[in-house]
Write a protein that binds this ligand. Structure first.
Ligand code: FAD
Ligand code: NAD
Length: 485
C-alpha cells in the first residue's frame, strides 16, 4: 500500500484526435484522421439488445442497414406473390419465415459492425467501448462498460454522438405495443393491425416493410401535405403508388392519445372531421429524431447548444471552442448517414491541415420504398420561390425498355435547369432504383454541370439511367424516346 502511494500517477493516454461516437459520422472521421498519420482513439458506448457492444451507431445497428435488409426481403416476398406470375413463373406455397428474415438481418448487422473493428485495426485507430465525456478542451473522461474510468488527453476532440427518436407524451414508448423505429425493426410476428405516427422517411419505409409482409397499415400524419420536403410532383406520384399498395396514409391527423390495453393499442386522433378512433396491435412512433448529447460535455468545456439542442457549429463543424469539433446528427443539417460521413472526413482533413469542405447544397436524399424516391438540389417549388426562370424535363419509366423488362415501369425522372445558363438546379426521381440513379445527378451538380452536359453524355442502353438522360433532353424538348411536352 505504502509503495503504491509513492508510485507516480500513470500518465493519461494521449492522442492527436479523440472521436466520441462511432456511428457513420464518427468512425469515418477516426479512419481518415489515422490515414492522415494522426494517433486516434474512437470511443463508442452503443450496446445491442443482447448487451453486446458494437460500433456503427444507429445506422448500422438500428437504422439504415437493418431497415434496408428488411425492405429487400419484404419486397422479394411481395414480388414472388404478386409479380412472378406475370413473368411466367409459377410459384406455389410461398410463405413467410419471419424468424429467418430477422436472422438474416441480424447477420448482416453483425458482419457490418464487426467490419468497423477490422477497419480500425487496419488503419491503426484505438477502439474504446464505453462512455466518453469532454471535461475540458483536450481532456476526455472515458468510462468503460465495466465502470472503470480513465482520463485521456487529445489535441483535438470530435463530438459525433448522434441522435435519438423523439418520444410523444401522448404515445409514450411502451414496448412491445408502442415502439420506436428500432422496436419496429425487431417485431417477431407480423402485427395484424399496425399504425405508424408520422408519414416521414421512417414511417414510409417501415410501413412498407410490414404492409408487404401482411399487416394492415395506417399511417397518421399531422401535416395536411404529403412529404413537404420533396418535390410535390414526386410526392403526388409516390402517394398514388402507396395507396395502391394498401398503405393507408391519413393526412392532417393529429394524435391525441394512445392507450395500451392488453395486447392492443387504442389510438385517438383529430382530423378535419373531428375526433377519430383506431385500434391496432402495434403502434410505431416515427415523428423525427432529436440530437443526443446526454452527459457528453461539461459546462466548463464551453460547447454550446442551439435552441433545438443541436451542438452549435460553423460550416466546417468547428464548435467555436479551440480543438473541439462536432459532426453528424448532433449538429444542424439533414440527419443522414452520408452527410455525417462527409463531415467526419472534412473535419479529419482540416485537423491534418488539408483541404476539407462539405457541399451542403448537393446532398442526395433517398427513400427506399417501392417505387424508390430520390432527389438532389432544389424542388420545383423552391426554384419557383427563388424567382429564377427555369425549364423542366420529365421522362416516365413507362417509356424505358429496361424498366418494362423489370416489370417496374412506374414513376419518372425530372430535371430542373436554369433558363439563363442551363445550370442543373435539381433532379428528382421516383421509380426503380431511384436511389442508385441519383448518384449521376449528384456528380453532375457537384461539377456544376448544365442539362446540356447530361444530354451529351452517352448512357448505356437499355438501362434505367437513360431516364435521367432523356429527362435532361426533355428540358430542351429534344427527347428522343418520348413525346416532348
Ligand atoms: P449515430 O449513428 O446515432 O451514432 C452515434 C454513436 O455515438 C452511437 O453509437 C452512440 O451510442 C454513440 N454515443 C453517443 N454519445 C456517446 C458518448 N458520450 N460516449 C460514447 N459514445 C456515444 N440515413 C441514411 O442516410 N440512409 C438511410 O437509409 C437511413 N435509414 C435510417 C433508418 C432508420 C430506422 C433510422 C432510425 C435512421 C436512418 N438513417 C438513415 C439516419 C442515420 O441512421 C443517421 O443519420 C446516422 O446514423 C447519424 O450518424 P451519427 O454518426 O451522427 O450518429
Ligand atoms: P421525419 O422528419 O422524416 O418524419 C417525421 C414525420 O412525422 C413528419 O412528416 C412530421 O410532420 C410527422 N409528425 C411529427 N409529429 C407528429 C405527430 N404528433 N403526429 C403525426 N405526425 C407527426 O422523421 P423520421 O421518419 O422519424 O426519421 C428521422 C430521421 O431519420 C430523418 O431525419 C431521416 O432523414 C432519417 N432517416 C433517413 C432515412 C433515409 O435516408 N432513407 C430513413 C430513415 C430515417
Amino acid at each position: 500500500m505504502a509503495n503504491d502511494d509513492k508510485k507516480p500517477a500513470a500518465p493519461s493516454p494521449s492522442f492527436d484526435v479523440i472521436v466520441i461516437g462511432g456511428g457513420p459520422a464518427g468512425y469515418p472521421a477516426a479512419i481518415r484522421a489515422a490515414q492522415n498519420k494522426l494517433s486516434v482513439a474512437c470511443i463508442d458506448e452503443w450496446k445491442n439488445r443482447d448487451g453486446t457492444p458494437a460500433f456503427g451507431g444507429t445506422c448500422l445497428n438500428a437504422g439504415c442497414i437493418p431497415s434496408k435488409a428488411l425492405l429487400e426481403s419484404s419486397e422479394l416476398y411481395h414480388r414472388v406473390r404478386e409479380e412472378f406470375a406475370s413473368h411466367g413463373i409459377k410459384v406455389s406455397g410461398a410463405s413467410l419465415d419471419l424468424a429467418q428474415m430477422q436472422k438474416r438481418k441480424a447477420g448482416i448487422v453483425r458482419g457490418m459492425t464487426g467490419g468497423i473493428l477490422a477497419l480500425f485495426k487496419a488503419a491503426g485507430v484505438t477502439p474504446l467501448q464505453g462512455h466518453g465525456k469532454l471535461l475540458a478542451p483536450g481532456t476526455v473522461e472515458f468510462t468503460a462498460h465495466d465502470g472503470a474510468k480513465r482520463s485521456l488527453s487529445a489535441k483535438q476532440v470530435v463530438l459525433a454522438s448522434g441522435s435519438a427518436p423523439i418520444e410523444l407524451r401522448s404515445a409514450a414508448f411502451q414496448a412491445p405495443q408502442i415502439v420506436d423505429s428500432w422496436g419496429a425493426l425487431d417485431f417477431d410476428a407480423v402485427p395484424k393491425r399496425l399504425a405508424v405516427i408520422g408519414a416521414g422517411v421512417i414511417g414510409l419505409e417501415l410501413g412498407s416493410v410490414w404492409r408487404r409482409l401482411g399487416s394492415e397499415v395506417v399511417v397518421l400524419e399531422a401535416l395536411p401535405e404529403f412529404l413537404p420536403i420533396a418535390d410535390q410532383q414526386l410526392a403526388k406520384e409516390a402517394l398514388r403508388h402507396f395507396k395502391k399498395q394498401g398503405l393507408e396514409i391519413r393526412l392532417g391527423a393529429k394524435l391525441t392519445q394512445a392507450l395500451v390495453e392488453g395486447d392492443a393499442v387504442h389510438v385517438t386522433y383529430a382530423d378535419a372531421k373531428g375526433e377519430q378512433k383506431l385500434t391496432v396491435d402495434r403502434l410505431v412512433v416515427a415523428v423525427g429524431r432529436r440530437p443526443y448529447t446526454q452527459d457528453l460535455f461539461t459546462p466548463e468545456s464551453a460547447v454550446q447548444l442551439d435552441e433545438r439542442g443541436f451542438i452549435k457549429v460553423d460550416d466546417h463543424c468547428r464548435t467555436g471552442v479551440a480543438g473541439v469539433w462536432a459532426i453528424g446528427d448532433c449538429v444542424r443539417g439533414p440527419m443522414l448517414a452520408h452527410k455525417g460521413k462527409e463531415e467526419g472526413v472534412m473535419v479529419a482533413d482540416l485537423i491534418a491541415g488539408l483541404f476539407g469542405e462539405t457541399n451542403y447544397k448537393v446532398i442526395p436524399s433517398v427513400i427506399y420504398t417501392s417505387p424508390e424516391i430520390s432527389w438532389v438540389g432544389l424542388t420545383e417549388e423552391q426554384v419557383k420561390a427563388s424567382g429564377r426562370a427555369y425549364k423542366v424535363g420529365v421522362f416516365p419509366f413507362l417509356a424505358s425498355g429496361r424498366a418494362k423488362a423489370m416489370e417496374q415501369a412506374s414513376g419518372f425522372a425530372k430535371v430542373l435547369a436554369a433558363q439563363d445558363d442551363d445550370e442543373i438546379l435539381g433532379v428528382h426521381i421516383v421509380g426503380p432504383m431511384a436511389g442508385e440513379l441519383i448518384a449521376e445527378a449528384v456528380l453532375a451538380m457537384e461539377y456544376s454541370a448544365s442539362s446540356e452536359d447530361l444530354q451529351r453524355t452517352i448512357h448505356a442502353h437499355p438501362t434505367l439511367s437513360e431516364a435521367v438522360h432523356e429527362a435532361a433532353l426533355n428540358a430542351d424538348k429534344r427527347s428522343i424516346d418520348n413525346i416532348n411536352r
